[in-house]
Ligand binder design. Structure first.
Ligand code: LLP
Length: 423
């Protein structure tokens, strides 16, 4: 298991580069990623036969290239994510039939552009999350191999909004429909070679382990046509000092033992895939911002930064906690209880809030306009869930490798912002 980071509310550097230097050189708001952390997290998962990166967590091309070079395969959930994977250098299909599919499209629908792309130019492997997907792929591209994403009838996530199983979830083929799905596939000569379950994002070992039982039942029902099983993503990372990692060795062992038994029944080996997004990139990412106003009103102290929920939506969306640090102050600098907000013309633009929008205070060093605030553990679902709300340009991104920061995404300009508009 990785060693836990101890979060403090002060930080002078990121991956060896001073925060102030990064902010001055590249401007703010700025996403900064530590390449070493991403490589380390992929290496932690080396016991799994295939590590498939859920790129929705962070799909900037330089990050994808880094992940590919570290040996991972990739998941895509849209036509453009397929194009990103190809642009980052993954081959469209495996060279040898026993190799893992380099790119897998996992979704509950095909939008028309995704179906056109997959039936035509980029015939990537499809993991079907609905009967309609089987129908639509079967009609356009009969004879392909597919996998089925099953909804095991239960789910769990860090928030109700990230729970992807159970009868209130739109995801996956309902577990009781497995045999019907296999029949439908065979009608089109689609060969079901694998099963997949993902019950939610940011869950825990207890819930993850229950998936293994459900998969065992499904695997026995589906029979020896199955040669690959994906246990999905969902691995949590600590977002504060009480947060925990999942014991990866224990998690792997639970799965391997079950799959070894299944493999005996099938009389052939089964490849075990894991499909994390957050675990691979969350801790590598930092959102650097500058404090632009310090307000004292109604007895509350506010730091207003130039980053808002247009840059990091997780607090407003799920009440997510991100560690916040002030760059530069000495260890004995005085502290205060602070509400941290952004620049947007909307009251919800507060980083220190719980689910439901209840504002909280955070103990932070006393700071002034011009000081830098860093939102940490922001690499997963950070930049990616950004928007142009209030006509704010998307942030720039920098990747630090071997102590050298490199711009991997330019800040949007006004002409970028209006480039698709027609007057
Ligand atoms: N596989 C499937 C089929 C998924 O739907 C997801 C996440 C993953 C893998 C990766 O899950 P992870 O390992 O990252 O937990 N925006 C939310 C998370 C939404 C996750 C959506 N699906 C957040 O910021 O917490």
């Amino acid at each position: 298991m990785p060693e836990k980071t101890i979060f403090t509310n002060r930080r002078s550097e990121i991956a060896g580069v001073p925060v102030a230097r990064l902010a001055e050189e590249f401007g703010t708001p700025l996403y900064v990623y530590d390449a070493a952390k991403i490589k380390e997290r992929i290496a932690d998962l080396a016991m799994f036969d295939t590590v498939r990166y859920a790129q929705k967590a962070c799909s900037s091309l330089a990050i994808l290239k880094l992940v590919r070079k570290a040996g991972a395969a990739v998941d895509a959930v849209s036509a453009m994510e397929i194009r990103r994977a190809v642009a980052a250098g993954w081959p469209v299909t495996a060279e040898k039939p026993e190799d893992p599919d380099p790119i897998v499209y996992t979704a509950d629908i095909f939008d028309r552009d995704a179906l056109d792309l997959i039936a035509g130019e980029y015939p990537v492997h499809v993991n079907c999350g609905s009967m309609d997907m089987i129908w639509q792929l079967g009609q356009r591209a009969p004879g392909r191999e597919i996998t089925l994403r099953l909804n095991p009838g239960f789910g769990h996530g860090h928030s109700q909004k990230t729970n992807t199983g159970g009868d209130q979830s739109k995801h996956g083929i309902w577990h009781e429909d497995l045999m019907r799905a296999i029949e439908l596939a065979s009608h089109f000569d689609l060969k079901v070679k694998g099963l997949h379950m993902h019950i939610g994002s940011g869950t825990d070992l207890e819930h993850l382990a229950t998936v293994c039982e459900a998969m065992d039942r499904a695997g026995l029902a589906a029979g020896p046509r199955i040669s690959v099983i994906s246990c999905g993503g969902g691995l949590p990372v600590p977002y504060d000092n009480s947060g925990e990692y999942v014991d990866l060795a224990a998690y792997y062992k639970i799965w391997r033992e079950k799959l070894d038994l299944l493999a005996k029944v099938y009389r052939h080996p089964i490849r075990l895939e894991i499909e994390p997004g957050r675990y691979i990139v969350a801790e590598s990412g930092y959102l650097v911002s500058e404090i632009r106003a310090v307000k004292n009103q109604g007895g509350n102290l506010f730091y207003l930064a130039d980053a808002g929920f247009n840059n990091l939506a997780r607090p407003v969306m799920y009440g997510s906690h991100h560690p916040i640090s002030v760059a530069g102050p000495s260890a004995d600098a005085p502290e205060a209880d602070v509400i941290v907000g952004g620049p947007l013309c909307e009251s919800g633009d507060i980083f220190t809030q719980k689910e439901g929008g209840y504002v909280e205070k955070r103990r932070l060093p006393k700071a002034e306009v011009g000081d830098y605030l860093v939102f940490e553990v922001a690499g997963a679902y950070g930049f990616m869930m950004g928007s142009n709300y209030n006509s704010k340009p998307l942030a720039a991104e920098v990747l630090i490798e071997d102590g050298v920061p490199r711009l991997i995404r330019k800040r949007q300009s006004f002409s970028d912002l209006i480039s698709c508009e027609v007057e």
